[in-house]
Design a protein. Structure first.
Length: 118
């Protein structure tokens, strides 16, 4: 069974500028949340079945860009399989606030970040 893309994330050293770009280009809404260090949950306006996303500030050097998060049944098994395929772990497993599950980030063979979400 295939795994669906479940979330996208756009991080930047200039999150306000990037947020303005995407909201103006695509008609999205994204209001930064001060309690989440200015991270903004994105509403694409495409309805409840649409993939959700977020736009926020970079957290570490080199983490800017667009990242996809893919649903997995078991986060540790997904990390182990990614490692077998040559991935490095970029962000170890962490709990999401509000009981939204756990995530980790690995690199693909070209070094692109890919999020795993269980």
């Amino acid at each position: 069974m295939g795994r669906p893309v479940a979330f996208f994330e756009i991080t930047s050293t200039a999150p306000e500028k990037v947020r303005g770009f995407y909201t103006e280009l695509f008609g999205w809404s994204a209001e930064p949340d001060p309690e989440m260090d200015g991270y903004a949950m994105v509403d694409t306006g495409a309805g409840p079945e649409a993939i959700g996303g977020g736009i926020g500030p970079s957290q570490a050097p080199g983490d800017t860009g667009v990242k996809l998060y893919v649903r997995v049944d078991d986060l540790e098994a997904g990390l182990a399989r990614a490692s077998e395929l040559g991935a490095d772990t970029l962000a170890p497993p962490m709990d999401l606030p509000g009981g939204y599950g756990r995530i980790a980030v690995v690199s693909d063979p070209d070094g692109n970040p890919v999020g795993l979400w269980a």
